[in-house]
Design a binder for this molecule. Structure first.
Ligand SMILES: NC(=O)c1ccc[n+]([C@@H]2O[C@H](COP(=O)([O-])OP(=O)(O)OC[C@H]3O[C@@H](n4cnc5c(N)ncnc54)[C@H](OP(=O)(O)O)[C@@H]3O)[C@@H](O)[C@H]2O)c1
Length: 249
């Protein structure tokens, strides 16, 4: 990991488990002051020294606004936000439940927007800051079982592309993090082989390294991200043939 890291205070959402938890632990280990958010207060409290729990539900815009105010009052200005709170439920294409789609969009997409809406005016007033969020390589193309999840991640990638140019002029960096399969509670429910599966610690290391380099897109593992980006360019008959063979079999 690059040292020293360029941030004094970092806000991580989705910090109670998985990738967010590993990011919070690695940042604290490197001497960064970490504000950790998720809904489960007990898990945040157990993270350890240097990590301050600010439990909140990202889908509640009022709670998010007061959480951000409290973090800045207690820990000082947030230099970097890593917005990772997210949810995933595999979808059976033959039995769609709108409630699953609504929950995914409310948590993954609107939850991120709530955090940005609370934080950006403060960064804009300071003329500096760095905001990032965890989308996914599942946002590049539509994939089987990901009908509720994939569109939220495509929306998050598009959000980054939309906001980055104007925010850069206001002195604020934007980064979109696109992981492949990472071994966390979220992917435990998958009943199919996950190619290029990596650990949460490895994902956290790559995330922190990409953020300290100030990259707009941080995608890993690189080979899997490249394959899916190429798949996006294929004509649809070829694309669906590939999905039939590689995923549905
Ligand atoms: N694992 C992968 O393969 C993978 C791949 C690409 C992208 N991602 C993305 O990476 C992020 C982290 O995923 P993960 O794999 O580490 O999953 P995870 O272990 O299930 O972590 C999800 C985190 O989000 C929090 N969370 C969920 N709903 C929330 C809400 N409404 N408000 C606040 N916090 C909430 C959870 O804590 P509480 O339940 O305590 O609230 C938990 O801390 C997600 O955005 C996910 O979509 C994961």
């Amino acid at each position: 990991m690059p040292k020293p890291l360029p941030w004094a205070t970092v806000w991580v959402t989705g910090a109670s488990t998985g990738i967010g938890r590993s990011i919070a632990l690695q940042l604290a280990e490197a001497g960064v002051r970490v504000a950790a958010s998720a809904r489960t207060a007990g898990k945040l409290a157990a993270l350890g020294p240097g990590i301050h729990g600010f439990p909140l539900d990202v889908s509640d815009s009022v709670a998010v606004a007061s959480g951000v105010a409290q973090i800045e009052m207690e820990l000082g200005p947030i230099d970097l936000a890593i917005l990772g709170a997210g949810t995933y439920s595999p979808v059976d294409a033959t039995a769609l439940d709108p409630a699953v789609f609504s929950h995914a969009m409310t948590t993954n997409y609107l939850g991120t927007v709530n955090c940005l809406a609370a934080l950006l005016p403060r960064m804009m007033a300071r003329g500096s800051g760095h905001v990032s969020w965890i989308a996914s390589v599942a946002g590049y193309v539509g994939l089987p079982k990901a009908a509720a999840y994939g569109p939220t991640k495509a929306a998050l990638i598009n959000l980054g592309e939309s906001l980055a140019p104007e925010l850069r002029r206001a002195g604020i960096k934007v980064s979109v993090i696109n992981p492949g399969f990472v071994d966390t509670p979220l992917t435990k429910q998958n009943d199919f082989p996950m190619p290029f599966l990596m650990t949460a610690d490895d994902a956290a290391r790559r995330t922190i390294s990409g953020l300290s380099a100030g990259r707009f897109e941080i995608a890993y593992p690189r080979r899997f991200a490249a394959i899916l980006k190429l798949a996006r360019l294929l004509p649809y008959p070829l694309f669906f043939k590939l999905i039939d063979k590689a995923v549905l079999k």
